[in-house]
Design a protein around this ligand. Sequence first.
Ligand code: ADP
Ligand code: RBF
Ligand code: MG
Length: 150
Amino acid sequence: MASHLPLFLEGEVIKGFGRGSKDLGCPTANYSLEVVKSLPKETVPGVYYGWAQVDAGPVHKMVANIGWCPFYQNKEMSVETHVMHKFDNDFYGSNLKICLIGYLRGEMNFNSLDDLIKQIERDINSAEQKLEETDAQLLKSANIFVGKAS
Ligand code: ADP
Ligand code: RBF
Ligand code: MG
């Protein structure tokens, strides 16, 4: 299952569905379909944790969702990354590099938006802890992350 990890992805941040995930306190930087199509065939849909870098900025913790969002029943598969950092501005058009390190769970459906938000909060807490582990810390300084890695 974890054979394709760590997985490095890179691409431009595009406009997503504009469902206001930002209003829910969880903005997600979406990749273009081109990046989605470059995923290894064995990629398992679900929620991952790892590292993210916007342009040549610092490397931050992240959680990413790969899949069709059963709650919204998207037609196309998407890769969306929530960077665990408070940014002052949007970064549409920027280059986003991510390193997917571990798998948290499969995509699920929820009875309410509130349940989805609560689950995402739990994912963020798990990611926060798992990224403190030595193996994860070593990948933070992987050489795909250029510029100042802090
Ligand atoms: P969209 O549907 O266009 O993806 P979102 O509501 O998911 O809209 O917001 C995503 C955008 O918010 C990102 O493309 C980025 O420009 C901005 N953003 C600001 N802070 C963050 C963050 N911590 N993580 C991800 N994106 C962020
Ligand atoms: N969408 C789902 O339909 N099911 C999920 O289990 C799910 N898990 C997510 C976990 C994380 C950490 C994040 C950031 C998003 C998740 N989403 C999930 C996607 C969510 O529906 C999406 O961010 C919004 O639809 C905005 O595009
Ligand atoms: Mg988004």
